[in-house]
Design a binder for this molecule. Sequence first.
Ligand code: ZN
Length: 247
Amino acid sequence: MPDFNDLLRLLEEAEYTVAFTGAGVSTLSGIRDFRGKDGIYKDRSVNADRLFDLGYFHEHPGYYYTHTRDMIYDLESRRPNIIHRVCARLEEQGKIRSVITQNIDLLHQRAGSRRVVEVHGSPRVHRCLECDRSFPYADICRVVQEGRVPRCDECGGVVKPEITFFGEALPMAALSQAMEEASRSDLMLVLGSTLVVQPAASIPLYTARQGGRLVIVNDAETPLDDLAALRYPDLKSCFEFLETHLP
Ligand code: ZN
């Protein structure tokens, strides 16, 4: 059992702690990741490159909506897990200032986190690609769960989530907010990310370059492991420890 007391001590000492989360945080909630062992990239029935490809989406929006129906549009059956809950509690206690996430599943928000920076966009809002009309997530979920492809009710255009697809720029406002948070923080908890998807994966470097500490909790190696003050392999046992040892 690794010594999680060191982590408690760093959390205690830090002035400004930020969490950075990736897909590994959501797999405990039954949401598939991309590159993990049961990830979408390993599934031969889905062409993962096509799934979030902007060009393909324009022509075949049904492909995206059919294959993401469980992953993105059925969040009622997906509950925030211990990691989301503890992150929200740490924020409530003023111990972490914000959560920067690569995830698009809204689980941090549902767990109660207030300051969530979504660097790969979000399905909270969908927009018509023709007339830019926006549609709330709940309305889109209803349509997708009925097995239909959402269309704009004004102009009939294709409706796309504000998730960043391949072929699109990352959301600049979120990205610069993430860099700002990372630069300000003297402790960053990197949770469940393999840190390979750029440019989001460089965000912890902004903390490290300012002399801040990194704590990396992930079941696989990351390119920044050598920079980490602490390195743990198992998210679940780490957060079970935190849950029982937090005030
Ligand atoms: Zn429209």
